[in-house]
Design a protein around this ligand. Sequence first.
Ligand SMILES: [Zn+2]
Ligand SMILES: [Zn+2]
Length: 382
Amino acid sequence: MARPDPLIDATDRGLVCRAGGFTIDPWKPVDVSLVTHAHADHARPVAKVTYAAHSSIPLLRKRLGEHLELRGVDWGEPLAFGDTTVSFHPAGHVLGSAQIRVERTAGERAGEVWVFTGDFKRDPDPSCEAFELVTCDTFITEATFALPVYRWQPGEVVAREIFDWWQLMKASERPAVLFGYSLGKAQRVLAELTRFTDEPVYLHGAVYPLTELYRQAGIHMLPTLPIDLADRKVDYRGRLIVAPPGASGSSWMRRFPHASTGFCSGWMRVRGNRRRRGYDRGFVLSDHADWPGLLRTIEQTGATRVLTTHGQASSLVRLLRERGVDAAELSTRYSADDSETDDTAQDAAQDAAQDAAADPETVADTAAAPPPAGTSDHATQP
Ligand SMILES: [Zn+2]
Ligand SMILES: [Zn+2]
């Protein structure tokens, strides 16, 4: 049920806090924005002044341009905005990703605390700051993978699968081309793989500069080399190559004949996704909370009210209401998919439908398809 004067309100510009005079992750022009992280659906160059966690600043500069006015904030540093105090807390999603805590400091409801997660995960990730639990009254959460089918293995287990696949390709003298989002996923894989090897990995041009920024931030990863398509001398047989999903099926792939292809994503949990996109291997590695992670986090925050932004919100909201929690969906433009040009989310909806038609066992997966809506307005990055 809507309450009067919410501390944070979903508007046509973003998540607006009127008491504080700012907007979180806006998609339309505003004066002051607080940005949770550097993925394109959350970070857009639309604010006069943008506040973000310090470790997010170089990534935001790279993606949004040098001209933006960006102000770095320390973890947990209290900032006064109007009748609120605001602080940033690690979300464990990608480097510099933050949850934003907002506390009302004036009026009848002074002391009321809201937290917006942005995107988050609970699983350990050597490439970013660990999630910090922040208690609150109202918890605004993402719901990207909010269905029981989505459960993750630890990153190190998935990294072992990737490493074994790479070694197999080495034995058969084929390139191993791994697709993953250029910000976050690629660097997580490069960090997880340091457990098994110190061999260099070749990177697509969209992945290389972001990886350099992670390295400058002190993240330990495998050594990396940029791919120069003009250089015909490099022999990619037996090499691991990391590229964004958009490079799959493009002319860029011609440089890697007989390559085996893999895709690293939570969406690989639904088998139709892999089949439809024609990947040889699917590695289930996500930078979002899985179903148990979402439920555990909601409970631990102690929130009496839960609002969801993007993803599979309806099933989560239904379950929370059954448990007596005041829960509702907010309408936002955040995407259920962190890729920029990838159409995995749309494909998955069709895949799940096809799966269901072809095989009664996968009917349960029908609901596991991400909504096609919400992926349409972020096809902006190469
Ligand atoms: Zn994200
Ligand atoms: Zn998101």
